[in-house]
Ligand binder design. Structure first.
Ligand code: KG4
Ligand code: ZN
Length: 362
């Protein structure tokens, strides 16, 4: 076993165990690369805590942290088991160290550090957003630079991904995150939790043109986002519906909301193409959509349309790799280890850790 690990290092291949606990998924995965640098997911285990939080209509941080603590060891063991690997065959441990719900982040980083120190392996504290940002390099072997639309429960940003650890923020939300807007709309319309998939499902049966809803910041300069005005407009429209609201009305309102979000995102992305082109003397080779909301099918169609019009490739990882998972964490760790970057054992988990503040040295 030892010999094999040494040979893998020598030819430039690595096997990394990743741990993700920053929100309500307890996840562990093993990812490796080959001697060409291409990545491969060897195992990818995700335990969703949805049922633990459903009754509260959202993620309860204390419940999430306790559930991570209860399940993480078994999830790591399963990831190794499904990969048919022993810890002796692993070259490094990567764990999400922020941003996220800090109780859960502590559970993941302490577990990662413990395995690393017990086995004498390098430890990498992974920024959760960087993990989303680099997923397309794992799934599509994409080269730097590219444009990134990061759309999740806690974030909505457009960034130029220049290199590992080098991210230029082009725009961000000035109020709600996009996933938060989906989740709040779902709650308002009585569609349940988690909101994004529920709104998508309801919207599939609705008429997006029936309700006239605002497109916040559309037509304005820059790439910032705003969703609170849209959320208020949905609430006002919902208050005018009969009680109980007919199903078709709910479906139409969900479809109207989703269409307004897609329109706004398309407008912001077109501006981001221009900003990227100015800074790089040419269009981005690709637009990557990452984060949980990138699983939204209507958003994918919208992005496809604007990318085709601009001649830019669209890269969207498969839905299971858009939502939170540990394969992306293992991959981000692998990219850092490959660049010779490790984290100290006293690395402190961070509830807030903006991508634009990251560096390739940390
Ligand atoms: O990236 P993620 O799994 O967790 C965070 O790091 O935030 O994103 C979760 C968010 C939630 O707000 C969820 O409602 C949203 O992604 N989401 C979707 C869809 N699937 C998940 N939003 C819209 N349409 C979907 N199909
Ligand atoms: Zn995420």
């Amino acid at each position: 076993m030892q010999t094999r690990a040494c040979i893998l290092r020598y030819i430039g291949s690595m096997i990394v165990l990743g741990i993700e606990t920053s929100c309500d998924e307890t996840a562990a995965a093993i990812v490796r690369d080959d001697d060409t640098g291409a990545g491969k997911i060897v195992s990818n285990v995700v335990l969703s805590q949805l049922d633990d939080h459903r009754a509260f209509g959202g993620v309860v941080p204390e419940i999430a942290a306790r559930a991570h603590l209860e399940h993480l060891d078994a999830i790591v063991a399963r990831a190794l088991d499904e990969a048919g690997l022993d810890l002796a065959e692993i070259d490094g441990i990567a764990a999400t160290a922020g941003p996220g719900l800090i109780g859960g982040v502590h559970v993941g980083t302490i577990t990662g550090k413990a395995i690393a120190s017990a086995r004498g392996l390098p430890f990498v504290a992974v920024n959760h957003l960087e993990a989303h940002a680099l997923t397309a390099r794992l799934t599509n072997d994409l080269a730097f630079p590219y444009l990134l639309l990061l759309v999740s429960g806690g974030h909505c940003q457009l960034l130029a991904v220049e290199a590992l650890g080098q991210y230029t923020l082009l725009g961000t939300t000035i109020d709600d995150a996009i996933g938060e807007a989906f989740d709040k709309t779902a709650k308002l319309l009585g569609l349940g939790f988690p909101g994004g998939p529920a709104v998508q499902e309801a919207a599939a049966h609705g008429d997006p043109k029936r309700f006239s809803l605002p497109r916040p910041l559309k037509g304005r300069e820059g790439c910032d986002f705003s969703f609170s005005g849209l959320k208020t407009a949905v609430r006002q429209a919902a208050l005018k519906l009969d009680d109980p609201a007919p199903r078709q009305d709910i479906h139409d309102l969900a479809a109207g909301f989703q269409a307004a979000v897609c329109d706004t995102v398309a407008d912001r992305c077109r501006n981001a193409f221009d900003l990227f082109a100015q800074a790089h003397d040419g269009d981005p080779p690709a637009l990557v959509a990452a984060g949980g909301v990138a699983a939204n099918l209507a958003l994918r169609e919208t992005l496809e349309t604007i990318c085709v019009a601009r001649g830019v490739a669209l890269v969207v990882p498969p839905p299971a790799l858009c939502t939170d998972n540990a394969a992306m964490v293992a991959w981000a760790g692998l990219e850092r280890l490959r660049a010779g970057i490790t984290s100290p054992m006293d690395f402190r988990p961070r509830p807030r850790w903006p991508l634009a503040e990251l560096s390739a040295a940390e």
